[in-house]
Design a protein around this ligand. Sequence first.
Ligand code: ACO
Length: 317
Amino acid sequence: MSIKIIGTGAYVPEKVVTNDDLAKLVDTSDEWIMQRVGVSQRRVSVDETASDFAVKASLAAIKNAGIKPEELDLIIAASVSAENICPTVAGTVQKEIGATCPAFDINSACSGFLFALDTAVSFMARGTYENILVIGAERLSKIVDWTDRSTCVIFGDGAGAAVITKGEGYLGSKLFTQGDDSVIKIPSFGGTSPFYTAEKPAPYIFMDGQETFKFAVNKIVNDIKELVSKCGYTLDDIDHVVTHQANIRIIDYASKRLKLSKDKFFVNIEKYGNTSSASVPIALAELDASGKIKRGDLLVMSAFGGGLSSAACLIRW
Ligand code: ACO
């Protein structure tokens, strides 16, 4: 049993924070951020949570799919920046959109949406599920250290969602985890237990940018190459590439190393920055809405990030 994607949706908060706005907070410049990262602006929450974003992206995806919330059999959400540990993002979405199905969250950082999608495909293989909603939602502005110029210029807030149903579109996937806390780490609240004596690190994103960069370029290129070949295709067969929008230099590098035209890569990092698990589904929803992807096209999606983790999947649209 495979799946096809029948609806996509995205939501980003209204507030735009430009590079010039950030240059008033930390020692940086529009020129540095554009050249090194490729981000011109990002959206930042004023009063909404990651779950609020998820609800709006989910309603858009469900509408796009042409189904009703009560027709969902499962909701899976990925997030590293949810307001609550429980209720989960998926549980909040279930309540707010009027669905009644089981719902749970997973966490695999920036690869989270593709891990969630692959999990949904496995549930679909049971043959008893018709429609599953998969979400990536982040309010990274909550966990960014706004005094750290090496991270605060990169990240943004938003959510994306997709509805999957039975079909023959999911051709294969590749998931990877290399348990490691030296390159990327997001500690959670350390608690106030008077009995716990170990260090309680600040609950912000810590990232060794250069090590992450090396990991990212290696994974994006090799994951796509290996997956496409494992599924019996060549890179020439690929019509569209949707990758995690982490750094425009990573996408440029992948395009060159894979010898795939940059035109095949969907890019929106300039508008939103790195939205972690929301990055791939927001890009997918925008590609879908653009009308450029047609039924039958071959789409490869790839993500990488904290964990360390990476994921890729090949889809016949
Ligand atoms: N503005 C101006 N200068 C800066 C800034 C800034 N915002 N940030 C860093 N610098 C400075 C540094 O201090 C350093 O100065 P120095 O040479 O005087 O020491 C110089 O710029 C170069 O710093 P590098 O860290 O070497 O810069 P680099 O070119 O590697 O770019 C970046 C940094 C953008 C973080 C890059 O390494 C990157 O994109 N890494 C990958 C990020 C990624 O893929 N993340 C995805 C996963 S995130 C997750 O899972 C949560």
